[in-house]
Design a protein around this ligand. Structure first.
Ligand code: FES
Ligand SMILES: [Fe+2]
Length: 406
């Protein structure tokens, strides 16, 4: 059974990757060809010629005007995927057309809808405006991950791992020590996890980019819109410096860390990452440092998750996990992903109520306190749906066994 939720928007590429050369990438198990028309519009269609399945992204396939010519025998397709010419005859078979996919270019990403095109509502694509917005500078990249997408979701929803896996880069002791709050907006289809450190060591990632000396107030507010777009709203300021009453925050540094989690296959993932900042906008040295540091951090995750994928593949079915408080965000994300997989629509899909993966641990999220002013309304504590009576955690009370969800 597939774990990939198809009727959703996924990031397929950065806009800068798609130009006047055929570009192939596998998304949700489908081989997709991308190219830009002469007017600059991104197209997406099957990357397999209908004749003998030669990949249209593979040389000597090539573009001629607003058509792509198969490099094997010359079948030629328009921007809508319809075949317009075949060799040796004037009649083009009526069925000679490539599957074409809805695409939207937005916030520097190319989004694709792999499932039923009738369900592809562009208004449901979540936004990451800082990646392509005046007043912000962004660096970005993509690393291939030889692990299922759900492992990356787990990883990003629980940042306590920064202390251990990313020590010396972004991790400090306070990250693992500070409790989180988790909230779920069922209507909007968003999971929030907030960790606010009032007095923390400043990790090199922020010390060198902001120039702050000494200890900091560090906020990590996660906003995940399953299945693909993850945003970490990061606020860094000298200890004691808080936003003004009117919401302005001139003395803090803001970093938006964005991930797009796109399944390539059942067991591999495109790990798109971006870091946008509202300071040192024109400082190439800061850009280079953040790009290199974040890529290093991403590759630390990739190495760990690649190992984990190999381990899990070798496990017998029905293995058990043990979840504690730090996992409430990840468990909430699993429940929402399971609901999407069960057929509820994404945003606006509240009420479907599929129990979902890992539901036996819903109580672990029982705390569910408000997220200290993170944006959004109408949210509920993540534990609410599951009873929410137990509060596992450092105190050792009521750690919860979770049936393996994958
Ligand atoms: S495989 Fe494409 S034209 Fe023959
Ligand atoms: Fe990480």
């Amino acid at each position: 059974m597939t774990s990939i939720v198809r009727d959703q928007w996924y990031v397929a590429a950065y806009g800068r990757e798609i130009g006047r050369e055929p570009f192939g990438r596998t998304v949700c198990g489908e081989s997709v060809l991308f190219w830009r028309t002469e007017a600059g519009r991104v197209t997406a269609m099957s990357d397999r010629c209908v004749h003998r399945r030669f990949p249209l992204s593979e040389p000597p396939s090539h573009l001629v005007g607003d058509t792509v010519v198969c490099g094997y025998h010359g079948f030629t397709y328009g921007a809508d995927g319809v075949c317009v010419a075949v060799p040796g005859q004037t009649r083009v078979p009526r069925t000679a057309r490539l599957k074409s996919y809805p695409v939207v270019e937005q916030d520097s990403f190319v989004w694709i809808f792999i499932g039923d095109p009738a369900l592809a509502d562009p208004a449901r694509i979540p936004r990451a405006p800082w990646l392509d917005m005046p007043g912000w500078t962004a660096v970005s990249g993509m690393e291939p991950l030889a692990a299922r997408a759900s492992l990356l979701v787990d990883n990003l929803m629980d940042l306590s791992h920064e202390t251990y896996l990313h020590g010396g880069y972004i991790g400090t002791p306070e990250v693992a020590e500070t409790p989180i709050t988790t909230e779920v907006d069922e209507e909007a289809g968003i999971v929030y996890v907030s960790r606010r450190m009032a007095d923390a060591e400043c990790p090199p990632f922020y010390a060198r980019s902001t120039g702050i000396q000494g200890r900091i107030t560090r906020w990590q507010d996660i906003e995940f819109t399953p299945p693909c777009l993850y945003k970490l709203h990061s606020r860094i300021a000298p200890v004691g410096v808080l936003p003004n009453g009117d919401g302005t925050d001139p003395d803090a540094f803001h970093v938006e860390v964005v991930y797009a989690i796109t399944p390539e296959t059942e067991s591999s993932t495109h790990d798109f990452w971006a870091v946008a900042r509202d300071f040192a906008l024109d400082d190439e040295g800061v850009s280079d440092f953040l790009r290199e540091s974040n890529r290093t951090v991403v590759l630390q995750d990739v190495a760990a998750l690649d190992v984990l994928e190999r381990v899990l593949t070798g496990e017998p079915d029905g293995y058990q996990e043990l979840s504690i408080n730090i996992d409430t965000g990840g468990l909430a994300a699993r429940r929402m992903m399971a609901r999407l997989a069960a057929g509820a629509s994404g945003a606006g899909g509240a009420g479907a109520g599929a129990p979902g993966a890992g539901s036996s641990a819903a109580g672990a999220s029982g705390a569910g306190a408000p997220g200290g002013g993170a944006p959004g309304a109408g949210r509920s504590g993540a534990g609410q749906r599951g009873g929410g009576s137990s509060e596992a955690g450092a105190s050792g009370a009521a750690a919860v066994d979770v049936a393996a969800a994958r």
